[in-house]
Design a protein around this ligand. Structure first.
Ligand SMILES: Nc1ncnc2c1ncn2[C@@H]1O[C@H](COP(=O)(O)OP(=O)(O)OP(=O)(O)O)[C@@H](O)[C@H]1O
Length: 258
């Protein structure tokens, strides 16, 4: 595999405190251009809090988030999205009453700051129509473009969420449990799709995922958090063998079994 060492995103001593609790406690990481990185850790490790700070949904107590060297910590989500970090959520945030194509068009238009006369733009703008269809085709959703979104299966809605993220032309794609709730076949398809998208467009993927098969089948590098800190980072097979990581997961299982 080719070396991929150009840093695109780094965090420096990123910290979030809730009262006396350091949910994220001095975490410094680096994402390299074009790699697929998974963030894992037992329940309560601080993954969501960390993720929220990178995507602008939470302001850090201290520390920095550098996107190609520029500090974006504490900026609002739309500015971070415009700077090149797109995030999709586990909870579907699609408009069920609109068609699949219209959902992507809304993302395209709002990303470009043209929310005025949005619905008249949707109907008439041929370039926007084409652009939305091109994104849908990348995800294999082209045949569904004209369908009302509410009629889609859960798996197809998750794909549409990914299409909406791609509409903002991100460099870093953050996916919150991209395979949660999917059937085994859909999971395999999403893994393939992420690989294909990365190969075609060199996106950097930063995912959280509970399903270890997905993590180890997809990620090139794994970051493990435990009790707010970065416990380990490395290739999936290294991390899997790491005694501290095993202890962290086992310890938590023992705690919850107690
Ligand atoms: N808004 C908040 N106020 C107070 N405490 C919080 C808040 N958000 C998270 N926490 C606490 O911070 C710690 C880390 O939570 P976080 O949700 O980031 O962990 P996680 O690794 O995403 O967990 P899970 O895998 O269970 O979703 C937990 O102890 C949690 O209770």
């Amino acid at each position: 595999m080719a070396e991929q060492t150009t840093p695109i995103l780094t965090t420096e001593d990123l910290t979030k405190r809730f009262g006396g609790l350091a949910a994220v406690d001095g975490v410094s990481i680096q994402l390299n251009e074009g790699e697929i990185v998974a963030l894992i850790g037992p329940n309560g490790a601080g993954k969501t809090t960390f993720y929220n700070m990178v995507s602008g949904r939470m302001t850090p107590t201290s520390g920095r988030v550098l996107l190609r060297g520029t500090d974006i910590a504490g900026k609002p989500p739309h500015e971070i999205a415009r700077a090149g970090i797109g995030r999709s959520f586990q909870i579907t945030n699609v408009f069920n009453e609109l068609t699949v194509r219209e959902n992507v068009q809304v993302a395209l238009v709002s990303h470009r700051g043209k929310s005025l006369r949005l619905f008249s733009i949707l109907g008439r703008d041929k370039a926007l129509h084409r652009e939305a269809d091109e994104i849908l085709a990348r995800l294999g959703l082209e045949s569904m473009a004209g369908l009302r979104t509410g009629t889609l299966s859960y798996g197809d809605k998750r794909l549409l969420e990914l299409a909406i993220v791609l509409a903002i032309e991100p460099e870093i794609v953050m996916l919150d449990e991209p395979t949660a709730g999917l059937t085994p076949d859909e999971t395999t398809a999403v893994i393939e799709l992420i690989r294909t998208l990365r190969a075609e467009r060199s996106y950097t993927f930063f995912i959280t995922e509970h399903d270890m098969e997905v993590v180890f089948g997809l990620a090139e590098r794994v970051l493990v958090m435990h009790r707010g800190q970065l416990l380990a980072t490395g290739a999936p097979e290294e991390v899997q063998k790491n005694p501290e990581v095993r202890r962290a997961y086992l310890g938590d299982e023992e705690d919850s079994a107690a």
